[in-house]
Ligand binder design. Structure first.
Ligand SMILES: [Zn+2]
Length: 172
């Protein structure tokens, strides 16, 4: 049985071609430096989840995808023990490597208190991070399936979390 405490073999997972392919296939890439939303499973904290690795070699497990992506982009040695991978954009499902930074859990808490009261900000979304990430993912998938404008669908999905329509200090 896999537990949260068991160390994740990040280097092995990031080096597994099938895992990398499965991960990349679930990212909606909008070009350099723009939020790249995850289109797969979303956790209660708004983070993307994916079954990575292989049962055959005993590495199979469900991982948080932005940590997997960080290791694919920067190598496992860039992930310091006890560190967390943070989102500068505050979009919990974002897979844009330039939006990630390694830090500590306390940094995330500081960010939340600094930015969650700002109208129109990702951290003040009325749906919470999971509701927001699911709404954006579903808007992209629906727009793709129906041939609708994906960027317009994303904008509508984001705006729905901010019923007042006010906005302050967007970072991206
Ligand atoms: Zn982002």
């Amino acid at each position: 049985m896999t537990t949260e405490q068991e160390p994740v073999p990040w280097a092995a997972l990031a080096g597994d071609a099938a895992t990398v392919e499965r991960y990349r296939a679930k990212i909606y890439d909008r070009g350099p430096d723009r939020c790249a939303y995850f289109l797969g499973a979303i956790s209660s904290s708004g983070h993307g989840k994916l079954r990575a690795g292989s049962r055959k070699v005993g590495t199979s497990r469900v991982v948080t995808v932005h940590v997997l992506g960080f290791v694919i982009a920067n190598g496992a040695q860039a992930l310091a023990p006890g560190a967390v991978v943070r989102h500068r954009c505050d979009e919990s499902s974002c897979q844009q490597p330039t939006h990630w930074i390694s830090g500590e859990r306390l940094d995330n808490i500081r960010d939340y208190y600094a930015r969650s009261h700002r109208a129109g900000h990702a951290l003040s979304d009325a749906r919470g991070p999971d509701g927001r990430a699911v709404a954006i993912r579903d808007a992209i998938l629906t727009a793709q399936a129906t041939g609708a404008d994906v960027e317009a669908a994303i904008a509508t999905a984001i705006a729905a979390g901010n019923p007042s329509g006010a906005s302050q200090d967007a970072l991206f």
